[in-house]
Design a protein around this ligand. Structure first.
Ligand code: DP6
Length: 323
């Protein structure tokens, strides 16, 4: 039986991916940087099975059809073509965190799916190629395969658009303290948002400065320079949300508590706490801090009305096969 199980962490971007040059291949408008989130993961089992008449998907213990199955099936078809597989697959996937609330579930899902599906065929592809394949399923999934701090090079075609690690998890002891403000499934997913990004007049300005911000962010990580890091990470997140809010139709992901938390984080930083915020396509606030401040940040977040839960993640490793 051709089967394998893989686990991949979610990741949080410091320099964001928002909008594609090529929608089908998911060649992004700019390169991006992220850290993997240890302990926030998807585990996916894939079995290529001669007896199946179509692909099957069980997600968080429930059989899934429709759009979600279609997206997984499309991804499996790319792998089938690439590796000359003629059978359908049974896929079982479990997330250990709420879906659709700004903790990227597509990133960990497509990273785990790619590694399990490829491994189950017996093929031995390079990590670089795995990241390019994962990208086709979900752009940010490419960044969940390498370990620690990861850069996804924008590239210009399928093989040149890939992700690689530039620092291991223990290089800098950062913690993502996530203020969960809503666990509901977001109304407009990233996929739609990427296609409407260029309807905002601000998108070109965001993209034009992205390379410089990425260079500053990567250097700040190399130097463990929190102050420079915080400035560029918050600025990049604000820019992405400015694009979202000025797209047509506009996308507003923030809730009132989101803004309260962002204000609080800036205030804490002005008092000497090493913390900054970044948001994905959702209302939850990722408060990135250095290890010594993680507990006090978590405690302070819990005291804010409207913060329903707080999760902490240190820097995670790369996608792995599970026995
Ligand atoms: C806001 O990778 O989820 O989290 O490629 O359509 O699956 P698809 O989009 P996705 O977009 C992530 C966008 C983001 C920023 C980021 O992670 O860089």
């Amino acid at each position: 039986m051709k089967q394998a199980t893989a686990r991949a962490c979610s990741n949080i971007a410091f320099i964001k991916y928002w909008g594609n040059r090529d929608e089908t291949l998911k060649i992004p408008m700019n390169s991006s940087i992220s850290m993997n989130l240890d302990g926030i993961y998807t585990e996916t089992h894939v079995r290529w099975d001669d007896a199946l008449a179509s692909d099957e998907l069980v997600l968080n213990h429930q059989k899934v059809t429709g759009q979600a199955l279609h997206r997984v099936s499309e991804h499996l078809s790319f792998i089938r073509n690439r590796l000359n597989i003629n059978t359908f697959a049974y896929v079982e996937s479990v997330n250990n965190f709420p879906m659709g609330a700004g903790i990227a579930s597509s990133a960990s899902s497509f990273a785990a799916l790619t590694v399990a599906a490829v491994k189950a065929t017996g093929a031995d592809l390079t990590e670089r190629e795995l990241t390019s394949i994962a990208r086709l399923g979900s752009g940010s999934a490419s960044r969940s395969i390498p370990s620690g701090f990861v850069i996804w090079h924008q590239g210009h075609d399928h093989t040149s658009s890939y992700a690689e690690s530039f620092a291991q998890p223990d290089y800098w002891d950062l913690v993502d303290v996530i203020a969960i403000i809503s666990g509901e499934h977001k109304a407009v997913g990233s996929r739609m948002g990427h296609t409407s990004a260029n309807t905002s007049d601000l998108q070109m300005a965001r993209v034009n400065g992205a390379e410089e911000r990425l260079r500053i962010c990567q250097q700040a990580i190399f130097d463990r320079d929190f102050s420079t890091f915080a400035d560029v990470v918050e600025y990049d997140s604000n820019l992405m949300h400015a694009v979202m809010m000025t797209s047509r139709p506009p996308l507003f992901y923030w809730l009132p508590t989101t803004l309260t938390v962002m204000d609080a984080v800036r205030h804490w930083r002005s008092e000497g706490v090493q913390v900054c915020y970044t948001l994905d396509a959702g209302p939850n606030v990722h408060c990135i801090c250095t290890r010594p401040y993680a507990d006090v940040v978590a405690q302070s977040l819990r005291a804010i009305a409207g913060v329903n839960d707080v999760r902490m993640a240190t820097v995670g490793g790369g996608a792995q096969l599970i026995k």
